[in-house]
Ligand binder design. Structure first.
Ligand SMILES: [Zn+2]
Length: 119
């Protein structure tokens, strides 16, 4: 098995960078970037084993979006059960007065979203 992939960006081989130049004399080309597998130890599910960078990743997604979505289409919204807790608490804000900015107390509301244990 090969230890490298060619970048899957559809336009990778057209970007004018010195790292893509191959060949000699008058037979030079811009070549797709060769990527060593595992270069980031599986970071982000190994996506960077297939793309040299964000530019190529997004070119690929734009070109193949319809096919990618067809793999796992979402036809209805998903929901996560939660509890919403609202609590009032004493807070302070600064108001401009004749004595410059002064702290003033006020009643604030804190909204907290809590997970619901479904087990
Ligand atoms: Zn690329």
């Amino acid at each position: 098995m090969s230890d490298h992939n060619w970048c899957h960006g559809p336009e990778c081989h057209t970007q004018q960078t010195q790292s893509r130049i191959r060949g000699s004399g008058d037979n030079k080309v811009l070549r797709t970037i060769k990527i060593k597998q595992g270069r980031y130890n599986g970071y982000q599910n190994g996506i960077w084993d297939y793309f040299c960078g964000n530019h190529c990743l997004f070119d690929f997604i734009r070109l193949h979006l319809t096919s990618i979505i067809a793999i796992a289409p979402r036809r209805e919204a998903l929901e996560t059960p939660i509890k919403v807790v609202k609590e009032k608490y004493e807070s302070q804000r600064y108001r401009y007065t004749d004595n410059g900015y002064q702290p003033q107390s006020y009643q604030a509301t804190r909204t907290t979203i809590k997970s619901v244990d479904n087990a």
